[in-house]
Design a protein around this ligand. Structure first.
Ligand SMILES: Cc1cc2nc3c(=O)[nH]c(=O)nc-3n(C[C@H](O)[C@H](O)[C@H](O)COP(=O)(O)O)c2cc1C
Length: 252
């Protein structure tokens, strides 16, 4: 079969911890592996130090979201993250385990996807469809909620109509559903003591590869079917400068 040049795919890694710690290391490891496939652009966003407010359920984004202001009611650091999420073809979302489940700051981000919901009535409805999602969880205790946390991330992805993948068949694996890591709860200043363990880092790399590989397959399939998402068409037509700027951001 004749092979054509692949378009570069965009993979966004989000570390959903309020601090610079293990989740950042784990997500960055997955992104580094994704990049090794070639024709992969990556962006990394850490929620540490960022202001991410809770959704107030006003539903105004369902009608009025726009590239100028995705969330109509709140002023925080979500605007730039929305920009990255919208153009990403694949997303790797990592969360620390807090009380057996996804951490509040990460959940606040997950709860803010209203502008791209299928129930919205804006041109951006359903914008998360066809994006590939991999989940990562970091905890202190091996059985302290890692799988629940990855499950929280996967359920969110399903509600957003994303395509969920795990770390694939590469061995060894720290978790069959995503990448899970337990270690002493140090921060990046005592990285050596607290670094996610070796098996977890291998699983993060496997997850990064699976997300990138599946993303390439999905994008190639959409291209073969000549399917362009309606939100993308809309932005190209009515917000061409915004679109160009965002594309450029990704390639830097
Ligand atoms: C509020 C809070 C709740 C936590 N709950 C759990 C828990 O239920 N199970 C667990 O194994 N570790 C728990 N931990 C430990 C963190 O999951 C662990 O330190 C993780 O590596 C933090 O990720 P980070 O370094 O990216 O912030 C908790 C930590 C905090 C601060």
């Amino acid at each position: 079969m004749e092979r054509t040049k692949m378009d570069t795919v965009k993979i966004l890694g989000i570390a959903g911890s309020p601090r610079h710690g293990n989740t950042e290391i784990a997500v960055q490891e997955a992104l580094a592996a994704a990049k090794t496939l070639g024709d992969v652009a990556t962006k990394f966003v850490s929620l540490a130090g960022k202001k991410i407010d809770s959704c107030i359920g006003c539903y105004r984004c369902y009608a009025d979201a726009s590239p100028q202001k995705w969330c109509v009611s709140l002023d925080d650091d979500m605007q730039e993250i929305f920009d990255y999420m919208l153009l990403a073809d694949g997303i790797i979302l990592g969360s620390p385990v807090y009380y057996g489940q996804v951490a509040g700051k990460c959940k606040d981000l997950m709860d803010r996807l209203g502008p791209f919901d299928h129930f919205a009535c804006s041109p951006y409805r359903g914008a998360m469809s066809h994006k590939v999602l991999g989940g990562i969880a970091c905890s202190h205790t091996t059985h302290g909620g890692l799988e629940h946390t990855i499950n929280n991330i996967h359920l969110w992805g399903l509600v957003c109509d994303m395509i969920i993948v795990g770390p694939g068949t590469g061995l060894p694996t720290s978790c069959l559903f995503g990448a899970a890591s337990s270690q002493w709860p140090g921060n990046r200043d005592d990285e050596i003591k607290s670094r996610p363990n070796g098996e977890a880092l291998i699983t993060c790399r496997n997850l990064g590869l699976t997300v990138a590989e599946t993303t390439k397959i999905i994008r190639a399939g959409l291209k073969a079917y000549d399917h362009e998402e309606s939100w993308r068409n809309w932005l190209k037509k009515y917000e061409p400068n915004w679109m160009r700027r965002q594309e450029k951001n990704w390639m830097e």
